[in-house]
Design a binder for this molecule. Structure first.
Ligand code: GLC
Length: 748
């Protein structure tokens, strides 16, 4: 057994480097030296072992490999570098103990899909994206990291930063929607939240930007399907959030299942070598998605795992999650002179470097502390934070006659629907402990706590999908006794998420039938829609006076919804993704090109996208969301078109006024259009926004500073350029609700 005194190596190196004066550089150099020193002691088999990741035995999140053999023995033999899906410090300790029995005692990494919370479940990422609140989103990831790292996890497979324009794709719930600018800010916030004060902090976990790349553009919205797109779209729309994650210091990337333009991402040199490790200089490591290396056989890109291992390693996939291609073939590939040891060394060094940065060589058990696990989870302040971001994630879609907020003087409220008293459903897909319900609050419970003198009558009415109307009578009876009906409808957690693509994204028909029955009672109806994706619910949208889109809000969903219903919080959410009227409209998104025959209205012929059987516009636009109050955008009296040099910034300002009777937050959105450009630019692109809280009657001057970066775009050689000419600035409350327009000229 070789004993390595890392401390001595580290001290000598650090001392040497501190003379040069740069501590961070010194630390990095010290780690690099430790990595080189360790690598020099490793056999080829041990190096390959670092590139191998196994699933634990908690929950498979992919097709499980048969005949898994004895993983603990393999860990003892140094054949495993990381594991995933192992819950709890007790269990994790057994795996780390095994690693400590290997010849070089190289600690394991423990990965988990901590997507929206660990023990406390936060709103799904698409819900949080509706808050447009970067501080709140960062805090959500920070708390998730604090809980996960206290439970033995040191690596989360998040943030998922895939741009998604197709709500038929189940994984829209996991990302930040359709916009590259908003998606990039959210990617940054989540990486910072997960990695906190930096790798090595006891409450930091390594983040993982996934799925690289363009996974959200799967044809037909069918998960795992091919992606075919021009490089212009790849660079303009799908890559920016990954670059933002990298610039935020993300420790790892995960590649994607899809092929991109005929080459599987996991074997795609252009993506992983040319762009990620080459042009962008990524120094972390790339883990394959579950089995994706071996799945290149299914793709028809390689003939067997031997060739899959060769292609994937050469293309820059450093770690093999669960396909066993690396562990079973890399030694032979080296012996056959198909793969140089240098590639294995590079991959192993990238992985070892992260283990050193995480402090795992100083103390392999630093994250495995049962006492800390007990005290760090479910703290009152973190539960309160979950409630806060849940409130902020709610989008008010409609509020006719100011039906909301509900008056505390109401005598009776009927609380109706299959999700009215649901708990685990509110946690949604990718909730780690969906059946653990302590500290989870249903809508009914949340309302009961704030109902005061108002009597609540609950009736489920129907189930989420089966067509039984047996509960309708009770619901109608409850409704007839009530002054207002509050309904909670939507999806079960397994209706949206990974491998949950749907051709029909309508609210289940039985639920819309129940809504119609409630409407028929003549009582005012409020509908809360709980889902992971944009659903289609046209009858409800047209006929119900008050509608809230709540997504899956997590553990504190019930309290958050009650806060909004009773007006303790004025909803401020804005949609991060377009809601279609029909699946036939998909893909539909706001930042489209104008085309030679731009749509003039909703029903014009011989013009773009004019279906003869459907209006052109979406049901709800990107950036849309109402408030209990109203806001006025007061333009400055005089504004002439001015010129701007590309090394200048142009200030655009106006006055925002709260003209209603409630304090509220408005997300003021700034869109820009390059009126003439080659190649084309979209009719508008989100380039900045402010979330501003105003008291009733309060006014505030809002100033945006336009700079060259906001006007830059990729040309057909993927170079970032700007072109002189006229630009339009649009400021508004939604992408389809522009309140102020101005033009300026960019001059060389
Ligand atoms: C899954 C997902 C990926 C996840 C991984 C591990 O198949 O595609 O997002 O991180 O496997 O669970």
């Amino acid at each position: 057994m070789i004993k390595i005194n890392w401390k001595v190596i580290g001290m000598l190196t650090l001392a040497g480097c501190l003379v040069t004066g740069n501590k961070a550089l010194a630390q990095q150099d010290s780690i690099d030296l430790k990595v080189e020193s360790l690598l020099g002691k490793m056999t080829l088999a041990e190096k390959i072992g670092q590139l191998n990741q196994y699933n634990g035995d908690w929950e498979a999140t992919g097709p499980v490999t048969k005949d898994v053999g004895n993983k603990i023995n393999e860990i003892k033999q140094g054949r495993v570098g990381a594991v995933l899906n192992i819950m709890g410090t007790t269990h994790i300790r057994t795996f780390q103990d095994a690693a400590m029995q290997s010849r070089l005692k190289i600690p394991l990494l423990f990965g988990q899909d901590v997507i929206h919370g660990y023990r406390i479940t936060f709103p799904i990422p698409l819900g949080e994206a509706s808050s447009w609140d970067m501080k709140a989103i960062e805090q959500s990831a920070r708390i998730a990291a604090t809980e996960a790292s206290a439970s033995g996890i040191n690596w989360t497979f998040a943030p998922m930063v895939d741009i998604a324009r197709d709500p038929r794709w189940g994984r829209v719930m996991e990302g930040a929607g359709e916009d590259p600018y908003l998606g990039s800010l959210i990617a940054t916030a989540r990486v910072k939240g997960f990695q906190g004060n930096g790798l090595g902090s006891i409450d930091a976990v390594m983040a993982c930007a996934k799925h690289f790349a363009a996974y959200g553009a799967a044809i037909g919205g069918r998960d795992y399907n091919s992606v075919d797109m021009g490089l212009h779209t790849l660079w303009e729309i799908y890559l920016p959030p990954f670059k933002a994650a990298l610039d935020a210091g993300v420790a790892t990337f995960m590649n994607s299942f899809n092929d991109l333009n005929g080459i599987p991402a996991t074997g795609n040199n252009y993506l992983q070598r040319d762009i990620l490790k080459g042009k962008w200089g990524f120094k972390g490591f790339v883990v394959s998605d579950w089995g994706s290396i071996g799945e290149m056989i299914n793709h028809g890109y390689v003939k067997d795992n031997y060739e899959a291992a060769e292609v994937a390693l050469k293309a820059g996939s450093d770690m093999d999650m669960e396909s066993r291609s690396y562990i079973n073939n890399l030694s032979k590939l080296v012996a056959d002179n198909k793969v140089p040891v240098s590639l294995i060394d590079d991959a192993a060094k990238r992985i070892l470097r992260k283990k050193f940065e995480m402090g795992l060589f100083d103390d392999p058990y630093r994250f495995i502390n049962a006492k800390r696990e007990k005290t760090a989870l479910n703290t009152p302040e973190n539960i309160e934070a979950a409630r806060d971001i849940a409130r902020k994630s709610i989008v008010l879609l409609k509020n006719e006659h100011q039906l909301l907020p509900l008056s505390k003087d109401l005598k009776t409220i009927a609380v109706i629907g299959p999700l009215a008293n649901a708990k685990k459903e509110l946690k949604g897909f990718w909730s780690l402990e969906i059946d653990k319900n302590e500290n989870n609050v249903s809508l009914l419970e949340g309302m009961q706590k704030q109902a005061g003198q108002t009597k609540l009558i609950y009736a489920q009415g129907c189930n989420i999908t089966d067509n039984s109307r047996v509960g309708f009578a009770d619901a109608i009876a409850a409704a007839q006794k009530a002054d207002v009906i509050v309904m909670a409808v939507g999806e079960a957690p397994d209706m949206t998420g990974e491998a949950k693509s749907k051709s029909n994204i309508r609210l289940p028909d039985i639920q819309e039938q129940l809504i119609k029955e409630m409407k028929a009672t003549g009582k005012p109806v409020v509908v809360l829609l709980m889902a992971g994706r944009p659903m289609i619910f046209n009858w409800t949208a047209d006929n119900v006076p008050a509608i809230l889109y709540t997504w899956w809000l997590g553990s504190q969903g019930g309290n958050a919804m009650a806060d909004v219903l009773y007006g303790n919080y004025n909803p401020s959410g804005k949609l991060p993704i377009t809601f279609p009227r029909s699946e036939g409209q998909i893909p539909i998104y706001y930042n489209h090109y104008n085309t030679g025959r731009p749509a003039q209205g909703d029903n014009d012929l011989y013009y773009k996208s004019a279906y003869i059987d459907l209006p052109n516009s979406p049901r709800y636009a990107f950036g849309y969301g109402l408030s209990y109050t109203t806001f006025e955008y007061q333009d400055d009296p005089f504004y002439s078109k001015i010129a701007m040099k590309d090394n200048q910034t142009l200030a655009i300002s106006f006055v925002l006024k709260n003209t209603g009777k409630y304090a509220g937050e408005e997300v003021v959105q700034l869109y820009i259009r390059d009126l003439v450009s080659q190649p084309l630019r979209p009719v508008k692109e989100l380039k900045d926004f402010r979330k501003i809280l105003l008291q009733p009657g309060e006014s505030r001057r809002v100033t945006f500073n336009i700079n060259k970066n906001m006007l830059s775009f990729y040309n057909d050689k993927q170079e970032l350029i700007t072109q002189p000419g006229d630009f339009q600035v649009m400021i508004g409350s939604a992408s389809n609700d522009i309140r102020l327009q101005r033009t300026f000229e960019l001059v060389n």
